[in-house]
Design a binder for this molecule. Structure first.
Ligand code: KG4
Ligand code: ZN
Length: 345
């Protein structure tokens, strides 16, 4: 069965056609990111207006690329929650309109759970049960998955989501938006052991907390990084620093030589450390040797490397989707929609 997936929970407008919940026939993604970059974060009103303008075209292109017509679609799967209300409304209204006009069944899909399903697309797959970690801009959730109809939450962030912490920390460091890729890039030039940033403890050991470490970065940066200007975007300019021959380094207020890259790398290492240790703990306490990761932060190479390393030592099989399927896309929505439909969801 061909499923039309529709995803508009944040700034992306994505439509995909997926066959039998597995094979991606097409997956179109249009993003208003370039506009949001000017503001340092997603502006919901701009996102939903862009989605309203693009969704018909994106859907048409997805059908064309998949070489199918609406009459070949057996099910429409749409993200209904969680997300920006205006953005979700555009996707849901579009999906309902197509469903009613063409007499195609419609199924609701949870965006966070669809990030887990990304691990089952295009030939990939994991045996159940498994532990799942979703690390995105809005969520940091650990789950026990017995089937896609039987998912139990084990832990979640008590404050900032992991991606949100990357985004806010990048802003503090003047690295721009989105922060995750910028922190990853800066970290490559930094020493992750140079500064001891620590993620806060939580009463449920499988919960997460990232707002404390973000604040620690803020205080550290204010204290140690000399700012010759009030414009954060000029604090970090590789080209400028290279031309000065100081390789992206700044001299601190108190004379100690430190770098934005060191701060980024130390922050990243600590956050990834918390993700790994809690995921491994979830596997150990539930006696499960399979771990599935999803969400935009799972694009991070250091995260993948550290998970692979720690899981190998413990005999845990860890699985990540392709990077293009980690960030928001409609293929994962179509896939999970099919799976739920088949199991009576
Ligand atoms: O899953 P996603 O595309 O959207 C949500 O559902 O939120 O995740 C977006 C988040 C952003 O916070 C972004 O900074 C983060 O994923 N991200 C990364 C990387 N690429 C994207 N975080 C760390 N390292 C990356 N390479
Ligand atoms: Zn997402």
């Amino acid at each position: 069965m061909n499923v039309l997936g529709i995803e508009t929970s944040c700034d992306e407008t994505s439509v995909a056609v997926v066959k039998d919940g597995r094979k991606i026939l097409s997956c179109e993604v249009s993003s208003s990111l370039q506009i949001h970059k000017l503001y340092g974060g997603v502006i919901p009103e701009i996102a939903s207006r862009a989605q309203l303008e693009t969704i018909s075209g994106v859907a048409g292109q997805a059908l064309k690329n998949a070489k199918v017509r609406l009459k070949d679609i057996g099910l429409i799967a749409v993200t209904t929650e969680p997300g920006l209300p205006g953005s979700l409304l555009v996707g849901v209204a579009f999906a309902r309109a197509v469903s009613l006009a063409c007499g195609i069944r419609l199924i609701n899909v949870d965006h966070v759970l669809s990030h887990i399903y990304a691990n089952f697309l295009d030939g990939a797959g994991v045996k159940i049960p498994f532990i799942a970690l979703v690390v995105s801009g809005g969520h940091t959730n650990l789950y026990m998955v017995k089937s896609f109809a039987d998912i139990k939450a084990l832990g979640r962030s008590q404050d900032d989501a992991c991606g949100e912490a990357f985004d806010k920390t990048a802003k503090i460091l003047g690295l721009g938006y989105p922060g995750g890729p910028a922190i990853e890039k800066a970290s490559l030039r930094g020493n992750a052991k140079s500064i001891k940033f620590k993620c806060c403890g939580t009463s449920n050991p499988l919960d997460f907390s990232f707002s404390g470490i973000k604040t620690a970065v803020l205080y550290y940066t204010n204290k140690h990084v000399s700012r010759t200007t009030n414009d954060p975007s000029t604090w970090f300019d590789f080209a400028h620093h290279r031309s000065l021959g100081v390789n992206g380094r700044r001299t601190t207020n108190d004379g100690i030589r430190t770098t934005i890259c060191d701060i980024a790398a130390s922050f990243q290492e600590s956050v990834i450390g918390a993700l790994v240790s809690k995921s491994v703990l979830a596997c150990a306490s539930h006696k499960i040797k399979r771990l599935v990761i999803g969400g935009g932060v799972a694009c991070n190479e250091r995260l993948r490397e550290k998970f692979r390393l720690e899981c190998r030592c413990r005999g845990i099989d860890v699985s990540f989707p392709a990077k293009s399927l980690c960030t928001d896309n409609a293929a994962m929505v179509a896939g999970l929609g099919y799976c739920l439909y088949k199991t009576g969801g």
